[in-house]
Write a protein that binds this ligand. Structure first.
Ligand code: RP5
Length: 183
C-alpha cells in the first residue's frame, strides 16, 4: 500500500518497507522443464534478498491457472512478474494482457530451435501490452531478476543497497590483466 495521505500526482514520501515474507516478485514458467533456467532468476533474487514465489503456470496446459494467477497478482502484493517459457511461448504476453504489473519475459532455450522461437514469440508484442524481453536462457533469467530488482530499488532502500553491492562485487571481480590461469 502507499501511505494513506498520498495524493495522485504528488510525490509519495513514505513507501512501505519490503516485507520479508510476502513475495514481491512472481516467477512463473510454462513447465517443470523450464525450472533449470528459471532457478537462475530465483537464485539472483535470493542473493538480493528479494522475496519471491516460483510457480508452474502454463498458457497451454493450465490456462485457468494462468488467468487466476495473473488476475490476482497485484492484489496478492506482487510488484513484478518474471515469466519464462519456451517454443510457442505465449505465457509472458498472456499474463501481461491480464495484469498491468511489469512483466519480464525469459525465452527458454528450446530443443528444436535453440530458443529463437521462444524469443520471437515473446519479444514481438503489438503496441499496447508490453513484455520486457531478455536474452535467451541463463543470461536472460539472471537479467530478468536484476531488472526486477532495478524496478523495486527506487522504492526500497534495502533492495537498492543490495543491487549496488551486487554490481560492485561484479566490477571488483574483473582483473585488470588477463591471466593464463584465471582464478
Ligand atoms: C512450454 O513448452 C514450456 O515453457 C517449455 O519451455 C516447453 C516444453 O515444455 P515440456 O514439454 O518440457 O513440458 O510450454
Amino acid at each position: 500500500h502507499i501511505n494513506q495521505s498520498h495524493q495522485v500526482g504528488q510525490p509519495c514520501l513514505s513507501m512501505p518497507p519490503a516485507n520479508g515474507n510476502s513475495p514481491m516478485v512472481g516467477i512463473i514458467m510454462g513447465s517443470q522443464s523450464d525450472w533449470e533456467t528459471m532457478k537462475l532468476a530465483a537464485n539472483t533474487l535470493t542473493t538480493l534478498q528479494i522475496p519471491f514465489e516460483a510457480k508452474i503456470v502454463s498458457a497451454h496446459r493450465t490456462p485457468d491457472r494462468m488467468f487466476e494467477y495473473a488476475r490476482a497478482a497485484k492484489s496478492n502484493g506482487l510488484k513484478v512478474i518474471i515469466a519464462g517459457a519456451g517454443g510457442a511461448a505465449h505465457l509472458p504476453g498472456m499474463v501481461a494482457a491480464l495484469t498491468s504489473l511489469p512483466v519480464f519475459g525469459v525465452p527458454v532455450q528450446s530443443k528444436a530451435l535453440s530458443g529463437v522461437d521462444s524469443l520471437l514469440s515473446i519479444v514481438q508484442m503489438p503496441a499496447g501490452i508490453p513484455v520486457g524481453t531478455v536474452a535467451i536462457g541463463a543470461a536472460g533469467a539472471t537479467n530478468a531478476a536484476l531488472l526486477a530488482a532495478a524496478v523495486l530499488a527506487p522504492f526500497y532502500p534495502a533492495i537498492d543497497a543490495n543491487l549496488e553491492q551486487y554490481r560492485k562485487k561484479q566490477t571488483d571481480a574483473v582483473a585488470e590483466t588477463p591471466s593464463d590461469n584465471p582464478a
